[in-house]
Design a protein around this ligand. Structure first.
Ligand SMILES: O=C(O)CCC(=O)C(=O)O
Ligand SMILES: [Fe+2]
Length: 182
């Protein structure tokens, strides 16, 4: 009952999956660009990075309309890359803490997570404007997006890569995020 991992959070952002983007869109060009991939590999110290092999998950165009949010969570992927297209005028803030879990050691700090959920410890906020690129270890750092409070929606793209070739997002996750599996 008291386990903070059982606490329900609201996530109701909208998401446009990869297969609905134009092949020659700037986002696709950026995502496939060797200059960009080399930059990411250098900063994140990775040998190589690969797109998802399903048709939906590599680039996701997320939009948060008034009152929409993304609840506190850890990501499945080890690192996250986000590009802000348009920030909201009010609300829609990216809040995070740089701890909470150590995935490789199978450790989760429940009392710390409880204090964050109860607002006993206040998280950090990232000052994110249009064009801001964020590289983030979302698997170990608890994070969320607060409800948008303005008419102007918050629009943000996630650029999703894997360290192994041929990775697919699970069918369950695809159904949850996109409402279909292909
Ligand atoms: O919208 C954001 O800034 C964060 C998105 C995020 O955390 C996610 O998609 O897992
Ligand atoms: Fe996330």
């Amino acid at each position: 009952m008291n386990d903070p991992l059982n606490r329900e959070v609201v996530s109701d952002k909208g998401c446009i999956p990869h297969d609905l983007l134009k092949q020659q869109s700037k986002l696709n060009i950026l995502y496939q660009s060797n200059i960009f991939k080399n930059f990411l590999k250098g900063v994140l110290n990775l040998k190589d990075i690969y797109p998802y092999s399903d048709t939906l998950s590599s680039i996701n165009y997320n939009y948060y309309q008034k009152s929409q949010q993304l609840g506190w969570h850890f990501d499945n992927a080890s690192f996250a890359i986000t590009l802000m297209i348009q920030s909201s005028d009010k609300g829609g803030e990216f809040e995070y803490v740089s701890k909470g879990r150590n995935f490789s050691e199978n450790y989760i700090d429940k009392s710390y997570i409880k204090d964050i959920l109860d607002r006993k410890i206040l998280p950090q906020k990232a000052d994110v404007d249009s064009g801001t690129l964020i590289l983030f270890y979302g698997r170990n750092y608890l994070h969320r997006v607060t409800p948008v409070e303005s008419e102007k929606p918050r629009i943000l793209v996630t650029l999703n890569y894997n360290e192994e070739e041929g990775t697919m997002l699970s069918e369950n996750a695809r159904l949850t995020f996109f409402g279909r599996i292909n």
